[in-house]
Design a protein around this ligand. Structure first.
Ligand SMILES: Cc1cc2nc3c(=O)[nH]c(=O)nc-3n(C[C@H](O)[C@H](O)[C@H](O)COP(=O)(O)O)c2cc1C
Length: 193
């Protein structure tokens, strides 16, 4: 089973990357195929509300950029991680653009993200992370996804590059990976209830 993680940080070597790696490496150790996608490497436009996806209902966005590659990754994945630093209490523009376009394309083409497992994780300097996590979870619920459980909120505190190593936060990230692994196996009929 495949897990793709989208990193919404504009900083390649930032705290969000460290946090996403914690989750993806634990899932890889559990035998899942994983991929870490840095949105800052492939700039994308925001949704321009042109309505083409609603009219065409063909699973595409007509803006030509990296979105189509990312959306294909989502469709191929069993689970999708959305990871973002908290920016003024919400996700970064990079991740919001991906969520808006993917959400609209998916809804207009038979709810293509429905029943995929979703994992949200957030990094913050001090506060606003929970609102950001809610924003990610709200997107997932509106898209028919199944939100993976964790013991505690998967939010990491850190500010300067590489600081995102707070030990309690890392435990929550590990529990998110464990919860997603359990959920994926349960949906596949392998896990014990
Ligand atoms: C534009 C901007 C807005 C931010 N807003 C918040 C905020 O509302 N709350 C907070 O705790 N940290 C805020 N931060 C700090 C980042 O969330 C924090 O440094 C995070 O670890 C950065 O992740 P990165 O290393 O992956 O870039 C903000 C940073 C920037 C650049």
């Amino acid at each position: 089973m495949k897990v793709v993680g989208f990193n919404g940080s504009p900083r390649m070597l930032g705290n969000t990357g460290l946090a996403l790696d914690v989750v993806l490496e634990r899932l890889a150790d559990e035998g899942f195929e994983t991929e870490h996608v840095y949105l800052c490497q492939t700039p994308m436009d925001a949704c321009d509300s042109c309505g083409a996806c609603n009219r065409n209902m063909d699973g595409n966005c007509i803006i030509v950029d990296a979105f189509s590659e990312h959306y294909a990754r989502m469709l191929q994945a069993d689970a999708i991680v959305f990871a973002s630093p908290c920016y003024f209490g919400g996700v970064t523009a990079q991740l919001k653009g991906l969520m808006d376009r993917a959400g609209n394309v998916a809804r207009s083409s038979g709810d293509q993200l429905s029943r995929k497992v979703g994992l949200g994780l957030v990094t913050e300097r001090r506060e606003g992370g929970l609102a950001t996590l809610h924003q990610i979870h709200d997107f997932m619920m509106a898209s028919g996804m199944v939100v993976a459980p964790s013991d505690g909120w998967p939010i990491i505190r850190g500010h300067i590059l590489g600081e995102g190593k707070d030990s309690e936060g890392v435990e929550y990230l590990e529990s998110l990976a464990d919860g997603a692994a359990w959920l994926l196996r349960a949906l596949d009929g392998q896990a014990q209830f």
